[in-house]
Design a protein around this ligand. Structure first.
Ligand SMILES: Nc1ncnc2c1ncn2[C@@H]1O[C@H](COP(=O)(O)OP(=O)(O)OP(=O)(O)O)[C@@H](O)[C@H]1O
Ligand SMILES: [Mg+2]
Length: 479
């Protein structure tokens, strides 16, 4: 059936231009044929409008005054069914759209989301928190194995079942929260080789304040595990990662240096940490470099650990001899040290000895000497920066490396002095003053100095046996 007019005037004029005498030829149209007639928007004669609509009505109605459409539907069941289905489909589509709009509006109004990306620190805290949270329903779990080193050195392994990728429901302080852990299929963290992940927490809008409580709780829990411990960070690609489990803080009195050395170092750092404003006011980069030099086993690394423990700082160890280390990475790492951390460059001479301190790359690594100097100069940030360097051969160091600004405080940590020998002996053999004197006399007979590490070895070998230690002193010379 063609839904067009056979009226030449109407079809030629189209819908836009309406004839003043619109339907002159309606009589020619068969009664059963519908006619498309342009709407009467501009009529020259207002009285003619009623007759016009009457004519239309008479055209689309059957002879018995029935609706023309109704007539077709009555006579053609296929048409009726198709039309019905079309109506139903359109109705359902509208309903679906309405529901979707309604639900998204409801979602926006009533629910609130919080997204935590795997790059964020709170990501690990949250997973750890959730693995121990009792009120949760999780069907997808992931394994997270962790080691715990005890004070006596033994290790216990614990297996944590953390929520795996998928949806989980938890009830926190009476509110339901939906936890959705999603893994990005394509994006990979190239430094760790793991896919990027996000955790989305969803809860009712009125309970949104609980997010802050929850994350605070998770952070406190994580911090508690580190309480009284020193975290050692090492570089991993362009970022710092904790190396093993946090270590028990080393007591400052367990490191025996010559009279007043520890105290001078500690006072200097404390004074530096208090003087932030002084530095800013004078436009001086807020950092301080320390160089500890001396023979092997004299306690350089130990005292840095003990100082970090005393100040409640962590330690970031950078190995300049690492083959994959480049100038860019070094610069980046040095400028992105985790907060409250001491940056430690051990054996600074081994990466660059005197002959190599040129524009060339280091002995093993890809870092150039000038790259190191620039990185040291560039270390500036809003937070304070404490850099410790150690070496056994200060004479091999290029003066440019240890000039003020890069190294502000130099301290020799030498072999054991008489004071140190006495202190160490009495620390291992409490109250044995008389034995201590004899031990010292034996040490004098050696006519050479010994390192504190050697003394420690001797005392550990002769635990609870000061006489054995005295007898074995001559062996120290052979070592
Ligand atoms: N002054 C000291 N007081 C207490 N222990 C010490 C002291 N010196 C060394 N030790 C002990 O000797 C061992 C080695 O010490 P440490 O690693 O601190 O020496 P180092 O000076 O850093 O040596 P290197 O130059 O070879 O790196 C540690 O177990 C440490 O406990
Ligand atoms: Mg050392």
């Amino acid at each position: 059936m063609a839904w067009f007019s056979n009226n030449s005037t109407a079809s030629a004029a189209g819908a836009a231009t309406v004839s003043a005498t619109p339907v002159e030829t309606t009589a020619d149209v068969p009664a059963e044929m519908p006619v498309l007639i342009a709407p009467e928007t501009t009529s020259a004669n207002p009285t003619s409008s009623s007759s016009f609509s009457d004519k239309i009505n008479s055209t689309i109605r059957g002879p018995n005054n029935d609706s023309f459409l109704a007539g077709i539907m009555d006579s053609n069941p296929y048409f009726a069914a198709g039309f019905g289905l079309m109506g139903l489909g359109a109705g359902l589509a509208l309903l679906r759209q309405g529901l979707m709009r309604g639900s998204s509006m409801l979602y926006r109004q009533m629910l609130v989301d919080l997204e935590i990306a795997s790059k964020d620190k709170s990501y690990a805290w949250f997973l750890e928190w959730m693995s121990q949270y009792p009120k949760r329903s999780s069907r997808h779990l992931s394994m997270q194995t962790s080691f715990k080193q005890h004070d006596n050195g033994s290790i216990t392994t614990t297996f944590n079942l953390v929520p795996g990728p998928g949806k989980h429901l938890i009830r926190y302080k009476g509110a339901f929260m939906l936890v959705n852990r999603e893994r990005s299929g394509r994006l990979m963290d190239l430094t760790s080789g793991t896919p990027f992940e996000t955790i989305t927490l969803t809860t009712l809008y009125r309970d949104r304040h609980l997010f802050a409580d929850l994350l605070h709780e998770a952070q406190q829990k994580a911090m508690k595990q580190q309480e009284g411990k020193t975290v050692i960070y090492t570089s991993y690609g362009p970022e710092w990662r904790p190396f093993g489990q946090p270590r028990r803080r080393r007591e400052l009195q367990s490191v025996i240096l010559d009279r007043g050395v520890k105290e001078t170092l500690l006072d200097d750092i404390r004074d530096f940490l208090k003087s932030g404003k002084w530095y800013y006011d004078r436009g001086i980069p807020y950092r301080r470099g320390y160089l500890l030099y001396g023979p092997p086993g004299s306690g350089k690394s130990s005292v840095i650990q003990a100082l970090a423990g005393e100040l409640e700082y962590n330690i970031c160890i950078l190995n300049l001899s690492e083959q994959t280390l480049t100038d860019d990475r070094l610069n980046h790492l040095m400028n992105h040290v985790p907060e409250r951390s001491i940056l430690l460059l051990e054996d600074i001479d081994s990466a660059f000895n005197e002959r190599k301190q040129t524009e060339e790359q280091g002995y093993m690594s890809g870092v150039t000497f000038s790259g190191l100097l620039n990185a040291l100069d560039g270390v500036a940030s809003a937070d304070e920066r404490i850099i410790f360097m150690t070496t056994n051969h200060p004479e091999k160091l290029d003066p440019a490396l240890i000039r003020p600004g890069r190294v502000d405080f130099k301290q020799c940590i030498d072999n054991a002095s008489e004071y140190q020998v006495r202190e160490m002996f009495l620390r291992f053999y409490e109250g044995k003053e008389e034995e201590c004197d004899r031990f010292l006399a034996e040490i004098y007979k050696l006519e050479c100095t010994v390192s504190t590490a050697q003394l420690q070895g001797l005392f550990v070998y002769n635990k609870m046996n000061p006489e054995g230690a005295i007898k074995m002193v001559p062996f120290l010379k052979i070592q």
